[in-house]
Write a protein that binds this ligand. Structure first.
Ligand SMILES: [Zn+2]
Length: 202
């Protein structure tokens, strides 16, 4: 907004604290991470969620978090403190041992992308923005599903995009690695510059 001449200064508030992790992302992860992972025990979902949330909070990379999930070094500690039984803990360990590198990376990437995208969408709604678009970054070519969503251009903020899970408000569109994210309508933001409250990390 400053570069567009819509704010007098590029300065952030005096008490601004730069946080790498958006609290909206963490909230989404806390609320939903691993809920949609299929064919694993609830104890395994619980463990994955705990590691994804703490990993993101600490700024760890996705492959690192995926590796920590596969290693399962803290299974006993994490599950015992949440009062899971020995039987469940045994099941979780067996499931983590059989988890491939590909699948664990897919789960972590999918959950983080979904949480970031949903967190962002919630902030745009709160700001009063009414449009969103599906965008792809990275050297890879987006898949057919994502290409279809990208081709729609800007759509209503409540629009249900196509994905392989049965419809979605935000990326990702598929498991594995989806390098897609949401974008907003820059013209709309600039047009509403006087009314919108921009999130400043508080
Ligand atoms: Zn994609």
């Amino acid at each position: 907004m400053y570069t567009e001449g819509l704010r007098d200064s590029p300065d952030l508030p005096d008490d601004f604290e730069f946080k790498l992790v958006n609290p909206a992302t963490l909230k989404e992860l806390n609320d939903y991470a691993a809920d949609l992972v299929r064919r694993v025990d609830d104890g395994t979902k619980f463990y994955m969620k705990r590691l994804i949330v703490s990993g993101v909070d600490q700024g760890l990379s996705s492959p690192k978090i995926a590796q920590m999930i596969r290693d399962g070094a803290t299974v006993d500690e994490v599950l015992r403190s949440a009062e899971f039984t020995d039987e469940v803990i045994g099941t979780v360990k067996a499931e983590l041992e059989s988890l491939s590198e590909y699948r664990s990376n897919s789960i972590v990437n999918t959950e983080i992308n979904r949480a970031e995208s949903r967190g962002r969408l919630g902030q745009w709604r709160a700001m009063g923005l009414t449009k969103k678009g599906w965008a792809h970054t990275g050297p890879d070519t987006p898949c057919k599903v994502c290409t279809g969503n990208i081709g729609l251009g800007l759509v209503d903020i409540d629009y249900e995009f196509e994905d392989v899970f049965g419809g979605t408000q935000t990326p990702p569109g598929h498991p594995g690695v989806c390098h897609c994210h949401l974008e907003f309508d820059e013209a709309e933001l600039i047009g509403k510059a006087d009314e919108v409250e921009v999130w400043d990390g508080q």
